[in-house]
Ligand binder design. Structure first.
Ligand SMILES: [Zn+2]
Length: 118
């Protein structure tokens, strides 16, 4: 083939023209070759839901991650992120509940203590 920039004859497999350094048509077609992967919908939904409804986000992320592998779709990383965020958020909520319960428990016992002393 010939360079589209300088017109010099170059190898059909040349990535750039050795004469002028401009990218060849073959490099352009190679660049477009890997078809853009469709991002799995559930992976996106799971990621968004992870922030809003952690349990729903977790479920969607698990299914989305499975679908990414099965259908060779993109978004596995997104699904994984949604999964981690969901678990982290549930852990934070659980920790918060434990702290509140423990605090309320100690508060009740400290209030009940003078009563039992009387
Ligand atoms: Zn050239």
């Amino acid at each position: 083939m010939y360079c589209k920039n300088c017109g010099k004859e170059i190898s059909d497999y040349a990535y750039v023209c050795p004469n002028c350094g401009v990218k060849t048509d073959s490099s352009l077609s190679q660049g477009n070759a890997p078809a853009e992967k469709k991002t799995n919908t559930l992976a996106i939904v799971g990621f968004v839901l992870a922030f809003l409804v952690p349990i729903a986000g977790l479920i969607c992320s698990i299914i989305g991650k499975k679908q990414c592998a099965e259908r060779n779709e993109g978004g596995a990383g997104l699904a994984l992120a949604g999964l981690i965020i969901s678990i982290a958020e549930m852990a934070i909520v659980l920790l918060y509940v434990i702290i509140v319960v423990a605090f309320a428990g100690s508060l009740i016992s400290s209030m009940a203590l003078p009563v039992t002393l009387l």
